[in-house]
Design a protein around this ligand. Structure first.
Ligand code: DGL
Length: 271
């Protein structure tokens, strides 16, 4: 690893979902500068091919490395499912690559061994079966029920949150027979913490809802510490880039970071 500790942390997702992870990292590691890339031009990632996701993730990682990032956080479950090993092969000799799935697997597998666990995510993530496979490897007696909830990420990205439409869509998915009897639910998409309170309201406290953001932020903290890559003091503002400008992205970023952020449109796919 050649990149100094005072360099920024690079984070990417297809859109606003990864901001949930970025915010948790900023809260836990306030001395770190973040560079965020939302690939809004290709949103949603959930129905793209492995090849396309690997191609997007490689290009974005190169952009983050050009910005001097000392670590890359794949703040997207779909890209973590399909492109993590691909990115590791290319970049792990230069910077640590951290996905959002393994920290959650370790967290849930460290809990009660007999429980019935639901997993909801994009078609890509659920189709890859990565959560069920990894959870069974670590904790074979878990009963795992997975369900693709394809409409949720685009719904959130369109701003349908905390309203009647999103309540109806969430209820429709969560009442699916495949999730009957679950005791905990993994939100296997980084967009879903934005609707976590609506999901919790549906279950009325009877189901524990796990989301990646704070779990991943702790994993990032541990990994940077073990590599002696923690910064000492924040010297530059966070930077936010999108491949296609959307007003909702700018609004959400301001809500998350409570600061007047400047959203930069970087047409990465035109170059
Ligand atoms: N936030 C992403 C995830 O965690 C992607 C959602 C999408 O673009 O389909 O999978």
């Amino acid at each position: 690893m050649v990149i100094p500790a005072n360099q920024p942390i690079g984070i990417f997702d297809s859109g606003i979902g990864g901001l949930t992870v970025a915010k948790a990292i900023a809260d836990q590691l306030p001395q770190e500068q973040l560079i965020y890339f939302g690939d809004t031009a290709h949103l949603p990632y959930g129905d793209k091919s492995t090849q396309a996701i690997c191609q997007y993730s490689t290009r974005i990682s190169n952009f983050l490395l050009d910005k001097g990032c000392k670590a890359i956080i794949i703040a997207c479950n779909t890209a973590s499912s399909f492109a993590y090993h691909h990115l590791q092969e290319q970049f792990a000799s230069k910077v640590p690559i951290i996905n959002v799935i393994d920290p959650v697997i370790d967290h849930v597998a460290g809990g009660p061994a007999e429980q019935c666990v639901g997993v909801i995510g994009t078609k890509g993530t659920i189709g890859s079966d990565i959560y069920a496979r990894k959870l069974r490897e670590k904790s074979p007696s878990l009963d795992i029920r997975s369900l693709a909830t394809a409409l949720l990420a685009p719904m959130i990205e369109e701003g349908f949150v905390d309203d009647e439409i999103s309540d109806t869509v969430i209820r429709k998915y969560l009442s699916d027979a495949r999730l009957t009897g679950i005791q905990s639910l993994i939100l296997a998409c980084t967009h879903y913490p934005i609707i976590k309170s609506q999901i919790e309201k549906y279950y009325q406290g009877k189901v524990t809802v796990f989301e990646a953001a704070s779990i991943v932020a702790s994993a990032v903290h541990r990994q940077l510490q073990s590599l002696d890559l923690l910064n000492e003091a924040l010297s530059e503002m966070h930077r936010f880039y999108v491949s296609d400008y959307t007003e909702f992205f700018e609004k959400t970023t301001k809500v998350f970071f409570r600061q007047s952020i400047h959203l930069e449109h970087y047409p990465i796919w035109d170059n």
